[in-house]
Structures are given as C-alpha cells and as structure tokens.
Design a protein around this ligand. Structure first.
Ligand code: PXP
Length: 240
C-alpha cells in the first residue's frame, strides 16, 4: 500500500531561526498524522541544526504511525535510534556543509562497515533498516545482501531535472530500481524533492511503492493552505 510519511525537519528549522518554541515540530507531527500521514520522518543531524534530542523524545510519545528516524550511520545516532526503538532507521550519507542530503549511500564503500558495525546493533534493537540509495542496481543488490528491510530510492535527480529527457530517463531508472528492490523482497520507499507537480508522473510510472517521504514541498505549501489541508491532499494523491 502506498502511503505518505511527512518529514517535519523544516518546522524545526523555522522554530530555531528565532530561538523560540514555535512552531513546534511535534505539533506538526500530530496534525500531519491526523490529516492522513502514515507516519513521521525526522533527521537528527550531528549538528542538531533542526531537530534536537528533546524533539525526538517528544515525538516518540506522540507519533502513532511509522516512526522513521533518518540519520547518519554514526555510533551516536545508532545508540539514540536503538534506544528510541524506531520502526525504521533510514540511513543517509551526511556532510556537514550540505544544505540537505545530496545523494544516496555509496554501498560499495560502506558495505563492510555496515555489515560489522551498523546493522548488528540496530537489528538487535528491533529497528528496521532502510537504506537511502540512488537507483543503481549494484547498490540495491548490496542492500539486499546486507539484509536491509527497505530501500528508499533517492528521487532528487528526477525531481531536480530541468529538461523532459532527463526527467524521462530518471523515471525509467527509478522504475527499474523499484522492480529490483521489490524482487529482492525489500520494501520500496522513495523520497527527496517530490512535490505536488512531479509526484504524478512518478506515481504513474514507478511500481511497488510503499512509504513516500516528503518534507520541504509540504511545509512550503502549508504556509498558504494550512498543514492539515496540505497533508490531506498529498496523502490522498499518494494513496491513489
Ligand atoms: N528522504 C530523505 C532520505 C531525505 O534526506 C529527505 C530530506 O530531508 C527527504 C526524504 C525529504 O526531502 P524533501 O524535503 O525534499 O521532500
């Protein structure tokens, strides 16, 4: 079943801009779930630039659906995520200077480290592991070999394409990748850069999708429509 997970990082960004307590990302999570989101995603970064440790604790209290903890594969995050008993740890590469996550994991490079250091404690804690990966067959094969529960396909290149040909090619890569992830028995998730326009061709052409994670476009739209209306609209589009 296709469903929307709402990333609330940007609510925290706005709050932190003034060093105040509002808007509260936890309240946003409650509104999003009440409006049809199947769960909440947040990225606790090393520099705590948006979501903070206290937010994670409060989110754990209120989130009723999927609790998806996006994180760098650092020892610190593995410890926090395991303690929180997240439904999923979505593992992403994290660079200090980046404005947002810039691409998928290079699975060939991280494979042995993930096998020995990252996967065992998360599995031991019962946390499902989702790997944020570009639509590259070799990387997807490694995700399956390691025993990941899910692959989150990086849709950023598709979303940022400025010409129809690139957009079409990227959709084909995403479609093939989704077929491969599904055939290997993993959950097919997706996210990054999706919005009310580019979501339609994406849903039309990419099969087997389950959790679709969207942040920036929803929070931006919510300024004008209200978060409840925004989330309800996108949740309906995704459910089909
Ligand atoms: N999925 C992952 C792994 C991400 O890093 C992000 C951005 O935080 C998203 C989904 C959501 O992307 P966007 O904010 O562009 O919708």
């Amino acid at each position: 079943m296709r469903q929307l997970l709402v990333n609330i990082d940007h609510v925290a960004t706005l709050r932190n801009a003034r060093g105040e307590h509002v808007p509260d990302p936890v309240r946003a999570a409650e509104v999003a779930e009440n409006a049809g989101a199947a769960g909440i995603v947040f990225h606790l970064r090393e520099d705590r630039r948006h979501i903070r440790d206290d937010d994670v604790l409060r989110l754990r209290e209120v989130v009723r659906g999927i609790f998806d903890f996006e994180m760098a594969p650092s020892d610190e995050m593995i410890t926090i995520c395991s303690r929180m008993k997240a439904d999923y740890a979505t593992l992403v590469p994290e660079n200090r200077e980046e404005l947002t996550t810039e691409g998928g994991l290079d699975m060939k490079r991280v494979k042995e480290d993930f096998r020995s250091r990252v996967f065992p404690p998360l599995k031991e804690a019962g946390v499902g592991i989702s790997l944020f990966i570009d639509p590259v067959p070799e990387d997807i094969a490694i995700a399956a070999e390691l025993g990941a529960e899910a692959v989150e396909l990086h849709t950023g290149t598709y979303a940022n394409a400025t010409d129809p040909q690139t957009s079409r090619l990227e959709l084909e890569r995403l479609r093939d990748a989704a077929v491969q992830v599904h055939s290997l028995g993993m959950r097919v998730n997706a996210g990054h850069g999706l919005n009310f326009e580019n979501i339609h061709p994406f849903l039309d052409q990419v099969p087997h999708l389950q959790d679709i994670s969207i942040g920036h476009a929803l929070i931006a739209d919510a300024l004008f429509r209200g978060l409840e209306n925004t989330v309800r609209h996108m949740a309906d589009i995704i459910a089909g």
